[in-house]
Write a protein that binds this ligand. Structure first.
Ligand SMILES: [Zn+2]
Length: 415
């Protein structure tokens, strides 16, 4: 089972926006760009919402059927590991093997020396076609990379084989992710990681490294765009070389776990993949939920009240809500509007403050990040929330569609 060249991860926390999301994908198709939709949802999201992987499958299948979408689509078991993969096996055909927590854990000495000696060919000066500077692969560097990553990739092998036994080869797409860590992987680390993946026999089609800079949830990239661009381009070239050297799947591509809305690096990604005629997978997740809150605000009345209530509760429960996302949010306390202030807002003011339009005078990335991590509150309000989603289905759907097409797909693929 092969994934197409361009694919977009379209998480949908509450499972109501499948059709709106697919409409955005079909708009890109009409504009000449075939993007494969991948409905991704992590175990954490399922546990907060009390949903199951089967629900994501039902949503995806229903949206595809309703819109007579005829191309391939996938359901991604996002950031799974051996302890939680079983619940995803039946419903998913895309598996993101998250081995970040195993980085730096130990392997036995024999495995370490075996890997190091298998890399002899690459030690010393390593030239990667297309990269204008050579890498100096010293014995120490090779050993450090092995110590850091070998156990993690061995774990990926275990998860892959576990899925393989149950689903059979060619019934799923495999991604390996290491993005949820503090230190970015360098291009040379990526090269040897890919060798480890090939040695494990994992037919990896997408790989998600940690890139340089901050990928805070739902807001723009924070970091050095020029440096990101350099590293991203080198990663693309490293993958190209590794595919040939190690016999990995030819369509292997980078997966950018964007945390959504990395508008300032979308054009960089777009330009580099065009330059080398490469594919890309970009995961967006939270912004569909934020568009639901925007849609509720625009609907006014009790829906606007609920949107305000979600924010006000999130303000009170900040510590609890932010804790699991501490590494991927950056909220300036003194720039969060108070509950009293928000109470006075009308629909437009609320929507404009939350909606990510760079440069809009009302846009507030602090409020946006806080609401981003506040979906647990909506989940707690149960059918009150989902009932209003259904009541304002068309309005909310148009927000979701516009966000995905106008703010994401257009920027990503230069449409
Ligand atoms: Zn991720």
């Amino acid at each position: 089972m092969k994934i197409g060249k361009y694919s977009l991860g379209i998480g949908d926390r509450f499972g109501h926006q499948g059709e709106a999301q697919l409409r955005a994908i079909m708009k890109a198709e009409a504009a000449g760009f075939d993007v494969v939709p991948v409905w991704n949802k992590s175990n954490r999201e399922h546990s907060y919402i009390h949903s199951k992987p089967d629900d994501t499958r039902i949503e995806a299948d229903a949206a595809v059927k309703a819109l007579s979408f005829s191309r391939a689509y996938f359901v991604d078991a996002d950031h799974i590991n051996l302890s939680n993969v079983n619940g995803f096996i039946a419903a998913s055909d895309f598996f993101t093997l998250d081995v970040a927590s195993k980085i730096g854990t130990s392997s036995n000495d024999e495995q370490i020396s075996e890997f190091v000696s298998s890399c002899k060919k690459y030690s010393g000066i390593l030239n990667i076609p297309g990269i204008d500077h050579p890498f100096n692969v010293s014995d120490q560097l090779l050993k450090n990379i092995t110590l850091k990553f070998l156990a993690a990739i061995a774990e990926a092998g275990k998860i892959y084989n576990h899925i393989l036994e149950q689903k059979g080869a060619d019934h799923f797409v495999t991604e390996v992710s290491m993005d949820e860590v503090e230190t970015p992987q360098t291009p040379v680390e990526m090269f040897f990681i890919l060798k480890m993946i090939a040695d494990q026999g994992i037919p990896v089609q997408t790989i998600a490294p940690k890139f340089t800079g901050r990928f805070n949830k739902g807001v723009d990239y924070v970091g050095d765009v020029a440096q990101f661009s350099r590293e991203f381009e080198e990663d693309v070239l490293v993958i190209d070389f590794a595919v040939k050297e190690f016999g990995l799947p030819e369509n292997l591509k980078l997966s950018v776990h964007s945390g959504s809305d990395k508008f300032s690096i979308y054009p960089v990604i777009s330009q580099i993949i065009k330059k080398y005629d490469k594919g890309i997978h970009v995961k967006t997740a939270g912004t569909t939920w934020l568009e639901e809150v925007i849609g509720l605000a625009l609907a006014g009345g009790e829906a606007l009240e609920l949107a305000k209530q979600i924010y006000k509760n999130a303000l009170e429960r900040q510590e609890e809500l932010c804790a699991p996302y501490a590494d991927v949010i950056d909220i300036k306390q003194n720039e969060l509007p108070s509950a009293i202030e928000v109470d006075q807002w009308g629909s437009e003011k609320f929507a404009n403050t939350l909606r990510h339009i760079p440069g809009h005078p009302d846009y507030n990335p602090n409020l946006r990040q806080l609401i981003h991590v506040g979906y647990k509150i909506a989940s707690e309000s149960g059918t009150k929330y989902t009932g209003l989603l259904e009541k304002h289905y068309d309005l909310i759907g148009s927000c979701v569609e516009e966000n995905l097409f106008d703010r994401h797909l257009k920027r990503l693929f230069g449409l």
